[in-house]
Write a protein that binds this ligand. Sequence first.
Ligand code: 6PG
Length: 242
Amino acid sequence: MTNARQVLTFGTRDEMADFMVEKWAALSGEAVEKRGRFTAALSGGETPVLFYLRLASAGERLSWKNTHLFLADERFVSLDNADSNYHLISETLLKNVPIPAGNIHAVPAGESDLQLAAAKYEEEIIKFFALPAGVFPEFDLIMLGMGADGHTASLFPGDIILNDTRHIAAPVSYDKVKHDRITLTLPVINNARTVIFLVSGKAKVSVLRGVADDRDPRFPASLVNPQKGDLLFLADAEAAHL
Ligand code: 6PG
């Protein structure tokens, strides 16, 4: 495998979203051809919205029936809550494409208990990938965002979950965010075939530098370093400070 690490910058968010659609088409085409299915974990936040909308109108060249979608992280709220990542992805993408309901692997965040929801999500992933004990899934693609504090998925600076080498999905209670969360862990992210960060806006200038150029370990996003796969940072001109 190539194991490339690249930063690509775009004049506008539109250009970044269009590039991401082409990248998705290429990765999914290759995965379906080689393995019969495409597995991707998606993030919430504002940055990917334009991409989700564009992907929804990318047409019939995408094999939705062979695409399985997961969440890189989720807020511990019901799936119809405006803060739910599933809700966001559903409104912008899922409702507008012919993906079978069984191919959408939402985090069961409607559960009454945070630990239980994380455990059930982990079980769902183990079952889907038919994983033997102690083996991590290999997602074809994990799409991530980056917070100004360096968080990615729901991996926050200084959080104990950053040291988790055992779980696939973990509960997160972090006092600086509004909701508890459930997140894929670093070993899962670092086992993906391709990891792509989408980074946009002025507020991300210093964190993007700190992560992409300096690998500043204070930023959890710097700990993303796929062992066998490719790592791509897509940034708009504002975030890249062009
Ligand atoms: C979430 C995320 C989170 C997000 C970053 C960047 O649920 O909020 O998955 O990790 O990707 O906070 O968010 P923006 O794209 O809004 O800057």
